[in-house]
Design a protein around this ligand. Sequence first.
Ligand code: PEP
Ligand code: MG
Length: 594
Amino acid sequence: MRGLIRKLPEERLEGIGVCPGVAIGNAFLVDDPRGRVVRVFLPKEQLETEIFRFREAARAAQVQVKKDIERVRAALGSDHAYILEAHLLMLQDRTLGRQIENFIRVNHANAEWAVRDVTQHLLEVYGQIEDEYLRERGSDIEDVAHRIIKILSGKEQRSLNEMADNSIIVAGDLLPSVTADLNPRKVLGFVTGIGGWTSHTAIIARSVNIPAVVGVRDITERVRSGETVIIDGAAGTVILNPSPETLIFYTEERQRQRQQALYDIEERELPAITLDNHEARLRANIELIEEIDSYQRFNAAGVGLYRSEFLYSQAETGQPTEEEQYEAYKFLAGMVGDEGAVIRTFDLGGDKLHLDGFKTERNPAIGLRAIRLSLSVEPVFRTQVRAILRAAAHGDLKILLPFVTNVDEVRQAKKIIADVERELSDEHILHEQRIEIGVMIEVPAAVMMAEALAREADFFSLGTNDLIQSLLAVDRGNENVSALFDPMHPAVLRAVKMVAEAADKMQIPVNVCGEMASNPAQVILLLGLGLRDLSMTPSAIPAIRRLVRSVKLTDAQALASHVLWMDTPAEVRHYVQAHLMDLGSELLAAAYPG
Ligand code: PEP
Ligand code: MG
């Protein structure tokens, strides 16, 4: 192990383990892509190059903003582009540019630091202005600074993939799009300062199967690049400067896990049938087309959720063209064959990925995201629908609408889909004429309106991540309240039951695609509540298959109806834990890591 030559005592830090597995490697400290910037003192001879670097970034930012303006104008009309036009003026303002360049010269500073310092100063001045309108313009300065810094550090981001082998990424936060780009051959694991089990960064970690721990406070201050780090992604433990004994212990643990992975592969063909002969369907959640490898490795029965928004984060221009989308969806359809795939229309906005040109919102989880955004940028939505309908002519694809809160949204989306279908017919382009359209049930309003929504939908998909967030009023990505994000909360179980009953009454299929479907303790309750179609991160399939094969459906039903009326999440958890103990220690360990 190539650690620094300094003998520091071993240090154990606790966070939230979001992808199980042991990783042992060298820390690679990454700056926070949301804008934390480090100060570098540059020698005199580098200053002109640094100024050139800043000018280039400012120029690139102008090009980006101009493109965004055009996109917003085309999608929403000229009136909506005024914020971006103000950004462009700021970028073209030579006074601001000269101030930043002077700062670099006088302070021997790197460009990122200069941008941050000069704009911070401006922000303070704006903050004192009485006029509210002008004061609000401060957020535009912040946006512009953020954009330039992002471009400047984007150049460094390339070096993320040029990092040494055996790296463990350590960052304040990693955006899902950055996580998705990590090269799993080089990155053994990652640790972040913020995040929770169902934050999108965590979901991506599981999908690329890289051991990860999030929510480790001050991690970037405690570790230096090059130091040896161990991650136990199941327990949520991060060990800095491990002692030789600790190193031996975790090396053996890693070996044991590799052995377990081999057993998992051996069991991949076993049917997911309960002891009393009821079959469950175990499907895969996919974020990146590249993940199709693990779809096959774990023998998933179709793709229950394809999070199409990640295509947008990967597209060079921020938006994949119809052709690019068509190729991706067609490839997916071909890979899954008769088992089929459900393509969720883009859930952009919110806490994960954004459509270029849209500002970060004050309260993004309940802002202009998902179906709301689709209906407000109709041309972008239509492009996606065209691509899906065309690809569906080559295989079994379905459409899923995310974050529905209102029957009207479904009606409007269906109208657009029908219109796009007619357009393709008129153009004599090969496409699917009668695609199935599903609705995600992931907010309390949709639970309450499930029967009405079922009249409009061909199927339901229960998104427990957002549902728990909104039902319990707990930010799914906030480590400070992660203990309150509790799928075992009786309110959550009762909501799940309501949805299962509504779907049953209205005779439409329902599946679960939230992270509850990945945890054996929660899956036993889902089975008991009447859900048999489960879609999960592919690496969770072996443990869930084992769970299904170890229970009787009648026992799961008795268990669920017993805990449903308990008063507290803790009571539910203890009761289920005791039940799992009877089924075997392995399942218990998978359900309650650490
Ligand atoms: C959910 O909310 O449960 C879900 C599956 O969607 P996402 O995690 O992408 O928000
Ligand atoms: Mg969701």
